[in-house]
Write a protein that binds this ligand. Structure first.
Ligand SMILES: *[C@@H]1O[C@H](CO)[C@@H](O)[C@H](O)[C@H]1NC(C)=O
Ligand SMILES: *[C@@H]1O[C@H](CO)[C@@H](O)[C@H](O)[C@H]1NC(C)=O
Length: 478
């Protein structure tokens, strides 16, 4: 009965689409309509076009996902397409990815204006942000129950549908080299979406999405390894007691990371109390005092931190002001579902009602490594939320042979972090960066993206010296 009902609905859905299609704006016209002329509070010109709007991923339920594409600064037609995803679950890629990490437009302290991020990833690629799943950021569903029924499976399926429909609106990107990157809970989204694409491509050989690889940072990967690494990191950084360290390991050993048992959850609370009012996403930088004590949601997932004098730990607060401005929402073609609904950086209802979340995505990584995708895993090493120790345990569990041993990598003569090459996987740490690597170390994050896209290992000390020597030779030969 339910199968027949399902087929019937599918039939109605298809015929509805056909009858309605002519009255809809055609995709290319829609692309033009999506172009964003100038942002409120943007006092500078940019050399790239950008587009924002919605792609319907489920007509029946009325689910539409919000995207923002910033074309590459130079020669976008020759540059790859990179999709950036934030985690949560429930956090917006606009709030974090665009406004304080890899995007060109970062929000000023006044919450009313933006400045240009010189290390934006659209300096080397076409950069696409997606608020996923429905209910996150500006994305929405007309079926209110959808918001409380999100999980990994539907997120991957909707994101794949988004890409397929989006490529109809932006056919210039069909067949273009495509990469996915993200952090935190996107450690689930990125490999799961990649897997959905690889499987879609197998079944649709005529119209593949040209996915070449993916990269995840401070990524939730394997609940067992992630828990073990968190407690070890907190303990060795001197933030929790011996007893809490021991008991956390005992009580959280086999627990889900996002749905832990009450006992494990209470133990983690004790650990957080021992840590005091520090920013767990970046343990050596000041927390934003506007946040008060770290809330339960932000405790595990999200938020900010950074190193350097100009560092502002409150960037998230500025975004909350900016992206709630009606003129900003108009400029970005935001659909007003419910005018009393406030734009939030992270949707707590989505987070607490999250459904399916496998305890490990190591099997997905394995499948995609075998499929020949370029897989990079990076880690900011001052993050206590999904720390470098967690990621090292996860990678170790993949049991991949080493092809290039552990070594330091360099940028500007300084150690940028450490790296190890495995068969099918490259691991890169970023020294002094927290949970949001591109926020704390924007230049190093751009170097990382460049190497990832080129498939080049991070520079060794010798390479840096050789490069300087050859540059000197060139100079002296003039
Ligand atoms: C949601 O409902 C509104 C109001 O009926 C409609 O205008 C909009 O197109 C719907 N969205 C989707 C994705 O179907
Ligand atoms: C609209 O927003 C308000 C306030 O957030 C909420 O109480 C209400 O349920 C929302 N209505 C719908 C239809 O989403």
């Amino acid at each position: 009965m339910s199968i027949r009902k399902g087929r019937f609905l599918l039939f109605v859905f298809i015929s509805l689409r056909c009858s309605v299609i002519f009255s809809f704006t055609d995709p290319i016209t829609q692309q033009k309509l999506d172009q964003v002329p100038n942002l409120p509070g943007q006092s500078f010109n940019v050399d790239f076009a950008h587009y924002a709007g919605y792609v319907t991923v489920n007509q029946e339920a009325g689910r539409a996902l919000f995207y923002w594409l910033t074309e590459a600064v130079e020669d976008p037609a020759s540059k790859p397409l990179v999709l950036w995803l934030n985690g949560g679950p429930g956090c917006s890629s606009i709030a974090f990815g665009m406004a304080e990490e890899v995007g060109p437009f970062h929000v000023n302290k006044d919450g009313k204006s933006v400045y240009l991020n010189p290390y934006s990833w659209n300096t080397v690629a076409n950069l696409l942000f997606l608020d996923s799943p429905a209910g996150v950021g500006y994305s929405y569903s007309n079926t209110t129950s959808d918001i409380l029924n999100n999980g990994d499976k539907r997120t991957a399926a909707d994101s794949l549908q988004f890409l397929l429909n989006w490529l109809e609106r932006f056919p210039q990107f069909k067949g273009r080299g495509f990469y996915i990157a993200g952090e935190s809970y996107a450690g689930h989204y990125v490999p799961q979406l990649s897997q959905a694409i690889v499987r879609y491509n197998k079944a649709n050989t005529k119209s593949p999405i040209n996915l070449k690889g993916y990269m995840v940072g401070n990524a939730l990967t394997d609940d067992y390894s992630d828990h073990m690494g968190v407690f070890q990191f907190m303990w060795s950084a001197g933030m929790i007691s011996d007893q809490t360290y021991k008991k956390s390991n005992e009580l959280c050993d086999k627990e889900s990371f996002i749905h832990p048992s009450r006992e494990c959850d209470e133990m983690i609370d004790i650990g957080y109390r021992e840590m005091g009012n520090i920013d767990p996403y970046s343990i050596f930088t000041p927390p934003c005092s506007a946040n008060g004590l770290t809330s339960r949601l932000s405790r595990r997932w999200h938020r900010v931190g950074h190193i350097g004098q100009s560092y502002d730990p409150c960037t998230e607060q500025h975004s909350i002001v900016y992206f709630n401005l009606p003129e900003v929402q108009n400029a970005l073609h935001v659909f007003q579902t419910n005018t009393s609904r406030k734009w939030e950086t992270c949707n707590i209802a989505i987070n607490t009602h999250w459904q399916d979340s496998p305890i490990s995505v190591l099997d997905v990584h394995q499948e995609l490594i075998s499929a020949g995708l370029r897989v990079w895993i990076f880690s900011g090493d001052t993050d206590a939320v999904i720390p470098v120790t967690s990621t090292r345990y996860s990678i170790d569990a993949l049991k991949l042979p080493t092809v290039s041993p552990w070594r330091a990598w360099y940028d500007d003569g300084q150690v940028g972090g450490w790296t190890q090459g495995y068969e099918g996987l490259t691991f890169v740490t970023v020294r002094g960066a927290g949970h949001e690597v591109p926020l704390h170390k924007p230049k190093l994050a751009l170097v990382l993206l460049n190497n990832f896209l080129a498939g080049n290992p991070m520079a060794s000390f010798e390479q840096v010296v050789e490069f300087k020597a050859s540059a000197l030779e060139q100079v002296s030969s003039f």
